[in-house]
Design a protein around this ligand. Structure first.
Ligand SMILES: O=C(O)C1=C[C@@H](OP(=O)(O)O)[C@@H](O)[C@H](O)C1
Ligand SMILES: C=C(OP(=O)(O)O)C(=O)O
Length: 440
């Protein structure tokens, strides 16, 4: 492995300072697609520039959607429904927020599309979404293994006559994809679209992001809890003119952890108490661990959050189903807690960028931690003084493994992060922001 493929983290003892978050991945990719489907042009600001948003932008442009670059983090999207090009081969990397919603939108539109990604994307399940769409008349074929990308989408007639039933136990992105595509049918057919969730629905706060952004584009979904969603007849996306994208709350979790472990205060601008992202609840996690948290609008003039250490970090035993991405940061913080920390209900980790339960178990253990895990849980015991081991951390092409193991710099040993560039999925300059906040 060459030097640029590894990052050596020398031990640090303090962290303090202020930073601005990159744009939210979840919001960026949702509004790019919705704006592309809306009447009128939308000026987006605060857009994330990373691998996941680049594949979405490239796919939309390939479909003939005009998107002007109007400055750093700014684009003007000229809506076009249906898309001018209804034929194409799309490469969507490992971006779940591009692959799943585009599958649904293109299946409802109909055409002749092929959707593929990196090898890991072809191991991430999509069968529950394909079943729901095919059940409603869409024409989708698997080009590789059944239930997984790559996919071919044809011209089949999406009827949406009966309620569309979808399972939500593997990923909430399947329901998000159906919700975002539904107005295309509700508008064209002048009929309501009803979506029913079959069984458990994980990662629920991401559905609220979807519904809130649809509403910003004029589509109000009627819902009964998490079971039944009705997109009224005639619903159509209309551009609000402009939209400011919040900072990424999952990215904020690493800096909240820095403030809690490294003293702080660490001031994080771009997403605060008024955020629509569920991962802002990570502020409650660090607070419960003993950190001192200040949230906008109570005390800060810019939307944001500030975290400082409150004492030794307290152990936790928590259900993390609602915040699966930020939960990884908690697993790394457990290295410094005052007792064993349990992360429960995190089964979705198995089918994300890598098998995250296996990866976190393996890499935390390399540092000297005792770790236990099961199908959907992880227990991390803090490392006692004198038991730390220098380690080279494998990152499995998973941005979040790379980012949360930066927190191992607070150990007394040298830690090396392999392939740090994998952070480009959501936060290309993560390590330079990190280095600007920590001190030996
Ligand atoms: O809808 C979204 O923007 C996301 C939903 C979550 O996935 P699951 O619903 O698969 O847990 C999350 O892990 C992912 O990073 C982004
Ligand atoms: C699971 C993640 O990504 P994706 O949007 O590809 O599902 C993630 O960013 O942690």
């Amino acid at each position: 492995m060459s030097a640029s493929e590894r990052l050596v983290l020398e031990p640090v003892t303090r962290a303090a300072g202020r930073l601005r978050l990159p744009g939210s991945k979840s919001i960026s990719n949702r509004v790019l697609l919705i704006a592309a489907l809306a009447r009128g042009a939308t000026e987006l600001t605060g857009l994330l520039d990373s691998d996941d948003t680049r594949v979405m932008l490239a796919a939309l442009r390939q479909m003939g959607v005009r998107i002007d670059d109007t400055g750093p983090g700014r684009v003007r999207v000229h809506g076009a429904n249906p898309f001018p090009n209804r034929v194409g081969e799309l490469f969507l990397g490992n971006a779940g927020t591009a692959f799943r919603p585009l599958t649904a939108a293109l299946a409802v539109m109909g055409g002749d599309f092929r959707l593929a990604g990196v090898p890991r994307m072809h191991e991430r399940p999509i069968g529950d979404l394909v079943d729901a769409l095919v059940g409603a008349g869409a024409d989708i074929r698997y080009l590789g293994e059944q239930g997984y990308p790559p996919l071919a989408i044809g011209r089949g007639a999406f009827t949406g006559l009966r309620p569309i039933r979808v399972k939500g136990s593997v990923s909430s992105q399947f329901l998000t994809a159906l919700l975002m595509a539904a107005p295309l049918h509700a508008d064209a057919a002048g009929a309501p679209v009803v979506i029913e969730v079959d069984g458990e629905l994980i990662s629920q706060p991401y559905i609220l992001i979807t519904l809130k952004l649809m509403e910003r584009f004029g589509v109000r979904v009627e819902r009964s809890g998490w079971r039944r969603f009705v997109i009224p007849a005639g619903s159509r996306y209309v551009s609000p003119g402009s939209l400011e994208i919040e900072g990424d709350a999952s990215s904020a979790s690493y800096f909240m952890a820095l403030g809690a472990i490294g003293g702080g205060p660490v001031r994080i601008d771009g997403a605060g108490a008024d955020s629509i992202q569920g991962d802002m609840a990570f502020a409650d996690v660090v607070e419960a661990m003993g950190a001192t948290v200040t949230r906008h609008p109570q005390a800060l003039e810019v939307s944001g959050v500030q975290v400082a250490r409150g004492g030794r970090l307290k152990a936790f035993d928590r259900d993390f189903n609602l915040i699966p991405d930020a939960a990884m940061t908690a697993a790394a913080m457990a290295l410094y807690a005052d007792g064993p920390c349990a992360l429960r209900n995190i089964g979705s980790w198995r089918v994300k960028e890598t098998d995250r339960i296996h990866a976190m178990h393996t890499e935390l253990a390399k540092l000297g931690a005792k770790v236990e895990s099961g199908p959907d849980w992880l227990v991390v015991h803090p490392v006692r003084e004198g038991e730390w081991r220098a380690a080279s951390i494998a990152t499995y092409d998973d941005h979040r493994i790379a980012m949360c193991f930066s927190l191992a710099a607070f150990s007394p040993v040298q830690v090396t992060i392999e392939d740090p560039a994998c952070v480009a999925k959501t936060f290309p300059d993560y390590f330079s922001v990190f280095k600007g906040l920590v001190q030996a």
